[in-house]
Structures are given as C-alpha cells and as structure tokens.
Design a protein around this ligand. Structure first.
Ligand code: BMA
Length: 859
C-alpha cells in the first residue's frame, strides 16, 4: 500500500490557558515561542474556559445554584491558549502546512512560533490557516488569544430587535450563549473544536461532493465531484518541467468492503474530477422506522504520477430527498419525500446539548439520538440559536436513521446584512458548513432562520421595529444563491415558520410550516400580516386543547414546560431549596412569564401545592398535552405531514419545554412518545359530552388489517364495556374506525369515573389509554403498588391493586438511567416489568429505587 502523502497531526488534547486584563500584556510577549507557561492552567481541547476552570476546581460547577452568575467575570477577560508540538520536516519535498481549527469561540488571534498567523471572528465554522512559512523542524508552539466580546460590539450599532440581548447581531456565536428562554447566559470562550496540523504535497482533495441523482430498485446514480487544490508554490509550479498528472479513483464500497461502483484514473482537470457512479440494486438509506439506514463507504483517492497524495473516506447513504409543497391536486402541503416515499416527520427540536458546547462528550450525542430513536422520532431540527452541530451528531443521525432539518444560525434578531465585512464573514460560515455537511444522508433540508420573517412582521405591526428588515438579504438572496452553487441536491426553506397566502402571516396554517405558540405563549390566531399581535394569557388562551383548531401542514414547533426529574433538580440546588416556589426553582425557569405554566396546569390538573405535585402535574400536562396535539396532527395526516416538538433536550438543569432533562433523564412526555409517535397509533378523539371517535393512524408502508378493541374500566379496574371494531387502514393514512356515544360505554358511571383503553388485535400497536375528563375532575381512589425488584436482571415489576394507578414513576438517584418504561398507568391486577440500565454501569444499585404513582403511597 502506497503511503498517503497528506497527513494530519492531531493537536487536540491538553493545552494551557491563562487570562489577563485587556491591555495588561503585549501580545508578542504572551505569544512568544519561548514563554514559560508551565504554571498556566491545564485545559482540554476541544473544550472551553468554563469547563477547564470547573475541572481544576477554580470555579464552582456553574449549574449548581446561582454559580453561573458568579462565573460571569470570565467573559470580561482576555484568554490565552498555548500548546507545543514536534515536527520532522522532510526537506526533500515541498510540503504545505495548514493549521485547522474546527471551532474557535470567538474572536481569536492565532500565533505560530510567536508569529501572528491570522485572526478569526466566527465560532460557527472551521478555520484553516496556511502556516507553511511558520512551522519548523523540531519543537513548535501555538498560542491563541481570545478577546472579550465587548471589544468587538460595544461601538457597534444596535438594532430594534435582538431577543434576549442587544449584543448578538454582529457576533457570529451561538445565540443561546447570551441566554434564552430556557437557558442562562453563559458566554463561553475557547477552542471548542478539534485542532490539527495538516501537511500535504503537490495537491490535496479540497472538497468531495456526493449526491444521489436518481434511483430505482434496479439502479442508483450517484454523482461524485472532487475539488482538487494544488498546494505547490507558484515558483515550483513554474520550475517543474512538466505538470504532474493528477488523477483520482472514486469507489463506493458496501459494508463487506466490496466495491459496488467505481471510476479509476479519472483525470483531474482544472481542479475538478467528476463522475456518475451507477450502483446496481442499491441498498437505500432509510429512516429507522421505514427501513435500514444503510451506509456505503465513499472513497476518493488522489494521485500524482501514481503517488498517492490524499484520501477521503466517509460513510455515504444512497437516498433522494425532496420537499413537496403541493399534493397532486395542487393543494398546499409541506411533506418530505424520502426515496420517493412521502414520510410523516415525527420528532423534536434540538438545542445545543450543553451551555458549554466545547465540553460535551461524544457519548451525550449518541445517547440523545438513541433516545430519539427509542421515542420513534425520525427527524430532529437543529435549531438556529445553537451551532451547526458537531460531526458526531450527524454521524449518529446517519447511522441511526434520523433525518435532520438544519437551520442556518440566525435566530430572533435583525442582522447587519448591509455591512460588507459581516456579510463576508457570514458567507464564509455558510459555505464552510455546506461543504462539511452536504454529503450527509441524514441532512434533509436547509432552513434560513428561526422565526425571523414571522416575528419581523409581528414586531413591526406592534411598533417594536421601525427599521427595515435587516438580515432579509441573507435568507432570501445569499443563502439560496450559495446553495444553488454548492448544494442543489436538497431543499431550502427560508425561515421557520414560513409561507403565507391570502394575507395571512408567515405562520399561516395553509402554507409551509407552522409554530403553534397559541398553546403556552397564548398567541391569538388567525392573524393577518400587519395586524397587531394579540396575546391571551388566560386558561382558555394557553390551553393545549387549542391544538385541535390548528390544521397546520407541518408543525415544526409546539410544546409546553415540564419539570425536570427529581434527581436533576436536587443535584443542582442548594439544600433547602427543593420546594415549590423556592427562589432556586424560579431561577431555573428562564421563560418570560411564569404565569403561563400555572395557567396551563390550573386548567388541567389544578395548581400544584408542593414540589411533588409540581413535578407530577407539569409532567402530566406536558405529556398529555403533546399527545393531544400530536394525535390530532397525525389523525389529519392527509394534510399535516410532520410534528416536531419544541424541544427535545436541555442545555442545563432548568425548567423548560424539553422532553429529556439535562441529566438525560426523560420526562413523562418521552415515554408517552413511545405511543404517540409509534408508526401505528390507536387514537381516541374525544371532547366531553361528545362521542368517542376511534382512530387508527398507519405510517407504515403496509396496509393494516385487524380489529380495534375498545375497553372501558371504572377507576377500580372493573370492566364496564368492551367492543370490537374492524380495522382496514391503507398504508400511510389514518382512518376513523368507529364512533361510540359516551352514554353507551359508561353504564351507570359518570365520565370522570372511567378510563378508556384502545387495544389492537391482529396487528401490532401499543395500547393507548385515556381518561374522559381532565385530571382535576377525576378523583382517583388510593391505589396500592407492589414492587418486586430483580437485582440480577436489573428489572422491577410493579403491580397495582385497589384502583387504577396514575402515572407510576420509578426514580433512581442517578443521571442517565434508562428505564424501559416509566410514567405509566396500571389497572388493578396489571403488572409491568421495567428494565433498567446505565450506559456506563454494569449493575445499578436498585436498593435506592423509589416507585410510586400520583395516587399511591411511596413503595
Ligand atoms: C420558539 C423557539 C425558541 C424558544 C421557544 C420557546 O420561539 O424558536 O426561540 O425557545 O419558542 O419559547
């Protein structure tokens, strides 16, 4: 095997950091190769200053109590990173050296051996510096200075609108760093991505672009383009008697390593090689719910006169993706078409997995994507206020069969699209991320921004904005123009929500995607463009029952708060603060008006009286509320093609809309998702005093035949009614199977005294259970739970008696515990066996397990 001439030296690992006041030191002194930095603080790269200081015990963990506020001094300082490395230079060949930073947060000046190599001003992209003239044989040093942000924005114009802080618009940094309505201000600084020194000679592969152009069962056409960059100096190119003959081989290998398509000795002309590979009987990449996310390996090898110069080797999934904006009848739709199949997108919005982005271990990405799959999600939206995620996130989505809706990083603000330098910076960022992500099978769509077009109109109408739509040029000109050039293979949507007709605003249910913030935020709809927005902070205004009047084509955001799990709260709050209404609990809730959550619970469960009730009531409201909305959206799947919950995860241990809390402990809504997002859903549509409409939603590609059983129990588990209904539901559709009067199933009972159960017979679907009245109207008798723990099997069997046990929960004082089930209801006599595991622990200490229901004593 010929050695590949391009090689890369990994410079990640332990660096050293130090801080100074601005102007305290001369840069050339701190950057000097000879500086004695032995007494600086050790810091992991990738990472950030906060993480390093916490690790060394210099600052207290920032999520405990109000410690985040105590760490604010970090953002006022000038921070330096330093490292050294050794190099053997080969003087027999001309080599080209590049220093690659995958993430610099944010205003950095890079020095190599004491020389200033370049400045960067964008956290949201990678940076490559040519250091050929700076590296030397033997010992080398790198120093990076990070300026405090205020040096770069305090003299800048501010805009009418920039949510949560006025500093953001000029700074290309994760917006959520400045605080959001679910997270504290944590202005990170540091080297948050990997660092490497790349050496190459003659030429290198600059970019590889692969896209599936067409496919059928028999054949797929995969077009591969390699961009090749000469790395020879101008003088050497002149001197060389004849130009090197540059060629490349392009191969696609299956998972056995067999070549399924290839092109060899392709000539590289004008820096490009291009080929269309024909793959016979291709195995397609599918989302996990529709098939296998099969990944081939794409290998591109570059040669000069037979010498191997460079090699690109990445997983590649063959698939096509489109966004359909109309159905065959020409009516508005918003549906993703994967390999020619219209899919129903089920999933959630993804925010950065920690406030401290640089310190997130890869395992956290794997676990969150695994949980998404376990919750039957097939799409995650990487929301604009974070980052373009790390490679590991897309690796996991590719591998686990989850589609990604990728926002460009513009959230809830005006941006200076009139400024040349800003636009140049933004253009580099957009291009860099397209180059990095465009070969990803999981990447379904690019989206221009979060809520900017919609809110610009709202805020203009209400008089908060009087300026022009600064930023518009980015989403409506710059990005689509770049995508046309660099990634014509996937859909682009300018904003979320977006699309309007007949004078409706951008949140029009009849066009494009929609955010439902009637529920929780109390937005009043319908709303025409230009109308003053109205908020209704009342029980009726914020109730999740409003989902039913939403006939959106695609629901890309909707949700409501639920408490984090007990362990997550207790771990991060000072002693004595774990009570309902404590200042620490209030501090964890960053939303603008805390009344909304109370109103929501008031209308549904009643207002909680203590922390236990708060955890139960908020979790139940969120779980039932999301189910209410999602079952509705899925029942109208002839029109609605997706439901993405706001939000999947948390970036700190706070109170938020998340389904999974910061300690990676799912809330009740996650376990509900196993039913409400299941490809086959048995659904009850019902309002008090109205008939019970029984539905089956079938997202699979096969017709379903069988029966649907309707059982009705009283609160002691006595069966009052049982009936069987024929089911025949075509693939990818929903159907109302039957309608039964309330009176017909109640016998002598009142509606608040029963529980309804839907069960499938002859086809697989999870059981679904409902109460016919809201929890505050249902007086559940006390239930007894018997709990049998099997340490060896790491399982626990719970059995109820006496009365229906409502929301049985299992708690273990440990983060990241995976319960196979949790927060479920049990009918008397019914048992449920739950298995427990931890991604890193062999055996969990089950003696600490607590099991209880809302209406039981602790067992
Ligand atoms: C939408 C999101 C986020 C926000 C959430 C909850 O506006 O896009 O900006 O956190 O709602 O308010």
């Amino acid at each position: 095997m010929v050695n590949v001439r391009r090689s890369s030296l990994d410079l990640s690992g332990q660096w050293r950091i130090q801080h100074y006041e601005v102007g305290e030191k001369r840069a050339m002194d701190v950057a000097a190769a000879t500086l004695d930095d032995r007494f600086w603080i050790g810091a992991a790269v990738p990472g950030d200053v906060h993480g390093a200081l916490i690790e060394r015990g210099i600052i207290d963990p920032i999520y405990f109590g109000h410690n985040d506020a105590k760490s604010r001094w970090i953002e006022q300082k000038e921070w330096w990173y330093r490292t050294t490395f050794n190099l053997d230079l080969d003087t027999s060949i001309e080599e080209h050296f590049e220093l690659v930073f995958e993430g610099l947060d944010t205003f950095a000046t890079v020095y190599v051996n004491g020389h200033e190599a370049g400045k960067t001003a964008n956290m949201l992209m990678s940076h490559t510096l040519d250091v050929t003239r700076l590296v030397r044989s033997g010992w080398n040093s790198i120093a990076v200075r990070f300026d405090p942000l205020h040096l770069h924005h305090s003299d800048k114009e501010t805009f009418d609108w920039s949510s949560y802080t006025k500093e953001r618009p000029w700074i290309r940094k994760a917006a959520m760093n400045f605080g959001w309505d679910w997270g504290p201000r944590t202005v990170t600084v540091g080297i948050w991505g990997a660092v490497r020194l790349e050496r190459s000679t003659i030429a290198k592969l600059q970019h590889v672009y692969a896209r599936t152009k067409s496919l059928s069962n028999e054949q797929a056409q995969v077009q591969v383009t390699a961009d090749v960059q000469s790395v020879l100096s101008f003088r050497s190119r002149q001197k060389r008697k004849q130009a090197d003959i540059i060629t490349c081989d392009i191969r696609l290998l299956d998972q056995h390593g067999e070549v399924v398509a290839c092109a060899v000795s392709l000539s590289v002309e004008q820096g490009k090689a291009d080929v269309t590979l024909n793959v016979v009987h291709p195995r397609l990449w599918w989302t996990h719910d529709l098939g296998d996310p099969y990944l081939y390996t794409l290998e591109v090898t570059l040669y000069a006169d037979g010498i191997t110069l460079d090699r690109y080797c990445q997983p590649y999934g063959i698939r096509t993706i489109e966004l359909a904006l109309h159905n065959k009848q020409g009516e508005g739709r918003f549906a993703f078409i994967l390999n020619g199949v219209k899919i129903y997108a089920k999933g959630a919005n993804w925010i950065p997995a920690d406030q401290l982005i640089g310190t997130i271990p890869n395992s956290r990405y794997r676990e969150l994507v695994e949980l998404s799959v376990e919750g039957h999600m097939n799409m995650l939206r990487v929301w604009a206020g974070g980052i373009y995620e790390k490679d590991v996130f897309y690796d996991e989505c590719d591998r686990q069969g989850v589609l990604v809706w990728q926002d460009f990083a513009f959230a809830n603000a005006l941006f200076p699209d009139f400024n040349r330098d800003f636009m140049h910076n933004v253009q580099q960022e957009i291009e860099d991320n397209i180059f990095r992500l465009r070969n990803r099978a999981s990447l379904a769509m690019w989206c221009g921004n979060n809520e900017i077009d919609w809110l610009y109109d709202m805020k203009t109408a209400s008089g908060d904005i009087t300026s022009p739509f600064y930023g518009e040029h980015i989403y409506h000109e710059l990005i689509p123009e770049i995508l046309e050039r660099l990634d014509p293979s996937r859909p682009y949507w300018p904003s979320s929500p977006y699309g309007s007709n007949d004078g409706q605003d951008a949140n029009d249910p009849d066009t494009g995607d929609r955010h439902n913030w009637q529920v929780w935020h109390g937005s009043v709809y319908p709303r025409k463009q230009g109308e003053i927005p109205v908020l209704d902070y009342s029980i009726e205004g914020v109730t999740f029952k409003n989902y039913k009047i939403d006939h959106a084509l695609f629901s890309s955001e909707f949700g409501m708060h639920a408490s984090a799990n007990r362990y997550t709260l207790e771990k991060n709050m000072p002693a004595g603060q774990f009570y309902w209404g404590s200042p620490e609990m209030a501090y964890r809730n960053k939303d603008t008006n805390h009344q909304k959550g109370i109103l929501l619970m008031e209308g549904y469960t009643g207002i909680p009286r203590d922390i236990e009730e708060y955890m139960n009531f908020s979790m139940l409201t969120q779980a039932e509320g999301l189910r209410y909305g999602i079952e509705h959206f899925r029942r109208i799947n002839d029109r609605n093609s997706g439901a993405l919950v706001w939000q999947l995860n948390d970036s700190w241990p706070g109170t938020s809309w998340s389904m999974i809390d910061y300690e990676l402990l799912p809330k009740a809504s996650f376990y509900y998702a196993k039913t409400f997002f299941h490809p086959v859903l048995l659904s009850l549509e019902h309002e008090p005093e109205h008939p019970l409409a029984l539905w089956v939603v079938n997202d699979t590609l096969e017709e379903i035949r069988g029966q649907l059983r309707l059982n009705v129990y009283d609160l002691h588990g006595e069966r009052l009614h049982s009936s069987l209904h024929e089911v025949k539901v075509p693939a990818q559709s929903s159907m109302r199977i039957a309608s039964v009067e309330e009176a017909e199933v109640l016998g002598t009972k009142l509606a608040e005294e029963v529980m309804v159960e839907l069960q499938s017979e002859g086809f697989p679907a999870p059981i679904n259970r409902y109460f016919l009245r809201d929890p505050k109207e249902v007086s559940l008798p006390q239930s007894q739970l018997s709990v049998h723990v099997n340490e060896e099997q790491q399982s626990v069997t719970v059995t109820a008696s006496g009365a229906i046990a409502r929301m049985v929960k299992l708690e273990l004082p440990l983060g990241r515990t995976r319960f196979s089930d949790n927060y479920f209801d049990l009918i008397p006599g019914e048992s449920r066996t739950v298995t427990l595991r931890h991604p890193e622990m062999q055996a969990l200490p089950l003696t600490d397990l607590r099991v209880y229901a809302m209406n039981s004593c602790k067992a």
